[in-house]
Write a protein that binds this ligand. Structure first.
Ligand code: SAH
Length: 349
């Protein structure tokens, strides 16, 4: 998925149901435009991983009924047909599905792919059960946009016992980074203390409270990565997507830590030879980049020391597509002058 942190127009009126419907409409409308799909199709790491996972496993796809959850332009549905699927059903809420229909037709696959416009949770499928679910549901920080809920719904409602999910494993990792220059530029004290002669300090808090989706240079990473949480798509439930998990980051050099970053890895473990890709700073660019959480304190770490903390994430109660994230961190060393702890709350919306 490729949705940018949204910039929807403000709502007048405070009816929570209207607000929810508005945000849903905004979310799906954003997928109507072909530009967002172009970005995803051009994401080499993403699209090639799905292609390889499907093409290299013809023995799994041959003669199977496949459900493509959020099919967009139909790319995964067409991969599945090329891998020998008997029939593929693609479901998408947005109007991009009209383009998918044309694309499927010019590729001569109309009789093997049924495309349905609608919300996965509401449409009626031509099959009661399917053998395989394919879906590209991942948002920034993995969970932004909460589309995983939709895949879990499809799994529970349609997947055959012993059916397969592509991909089936997702893992969130974190690390600490040195980012003094950029932090100063972005949320630096001086910047907001005097804006055209006015005190703009209230914006300091806002700048800090939104995580930044950006590419992080591997050279900025000061700690070893740590795995925070792993989701097995066969067993995870929607409730598990609100979690509080401890982490420990070991410093790999003497440096400062200005921010913690998070990224995710994806695995297609059902493959004959497992296929994985990572969206971390150590590997090739993907449109998911990394997610940067600036922390209110600058930590001064020495090689080998640990920053311990807790990452807490839950869908926002008013708009479940937004995420409320809380990071707690602590540096405890033999040198009491460097010991520090703190916490920060962020909202991804
Ligand atoms: N599978 C395509 C598109 C992935 S983007 C590809 O790999 O290129 C995710 C798509 O899921 C978007 O087009 C969005 O409109 C759709 N989507 C998200 N939630 C949905 C839901 N609940 N029901 C139907 N479609 C949904």
């Amino acid at each position: 998925m490729a949705n940018n942190a949204s910039s929807q127009p403000p709502l007048t009126g405070q009816d929570p149901l209207a607000a929810m419907a508005h945000s849903e409409a905004h979310y799906f409308n954003s997928y109507n435009h072909h530009g967002i799909h172009e970005e995803m199709l051009k994401d080499e790491v993403r699209t090639r991983s799905y292609r390889d996972a499907i093409y290299q496993n013809r023995h799994l796809f041959k003669d199977k009924i496949v459900l493509d959850v959020g099919c967009g332009t139909g790319i995964l549905s067409m991969f599945a047909v090329r891998a020998g699927a008997k029939h593929v059903v693609g479901v998408d809420m947005s109007t991009i599905i009209d383009k998918a229909k044309e694309i499927v037709e010019v590729n001569g696959m109309t009789s093997q792919i049924t495309l349905i416009q609608g919300k996965m949770e509401e449409v009626k499928l031509p099959f009661d059960k399917v053998d395989i679910i394919v879906s590209e549901w991942m948002g920034y920080f993995l969970l932004y946009e909460s589309m995983l809920d939709t895949v879990l719904y499809a799994r529970d409602r349609y997947l055959n016992k012993d059916g397969l999910i592509f991909p089936d494993t997702a893992t969130i990792h974190m690390a600490g980074i040195e980012d003094g220059d950029y932090k100063e530029e972005k949320i630096g004290c001086e910047l907001w203390d005097n804006v055209w002669g006015f005190d703009y300090s209230p914006l300091k808090h806002t700048a800090l409270s939104e995580p930044l989706v950006d590419t992080v240079d591997m050279k900025a990473v000061v700690t070893d990565p740590a795995t925070v949480i792993k989701f097995d798509l066969y067993t995870v439930t929607a409730d598990d997507l609100a979690f509080s998990m401890p982490f420990q980051l070991q410093a790999r050099r003497n440096d400062f830590v200005h921010a913690l970053i998070a990224w995710f890895d994806i695995e297609f473990a059902a493959c004959h030879k497992p296929i994985k890709f990572s969206t971390g700073p150590h590997t090739k660019y993907t449109h998911w980049k990394q997610t940067v959480f600036y922390i209110p304190t600058v930590l001064t770490v020495t090689d080998g020391e640990y920053i311990s903390g807790v990452l807490e994430t839950k869908p926002n109660t008013k708009n479940r597509r937004d995420l409320d994230i809380k990071v707690t961190y602590k540096l405890e060393t033999d040198d009491i002058t460097r010991n520090a702890e703190g916490q920060a709350e962020y909202k991804m919306c």
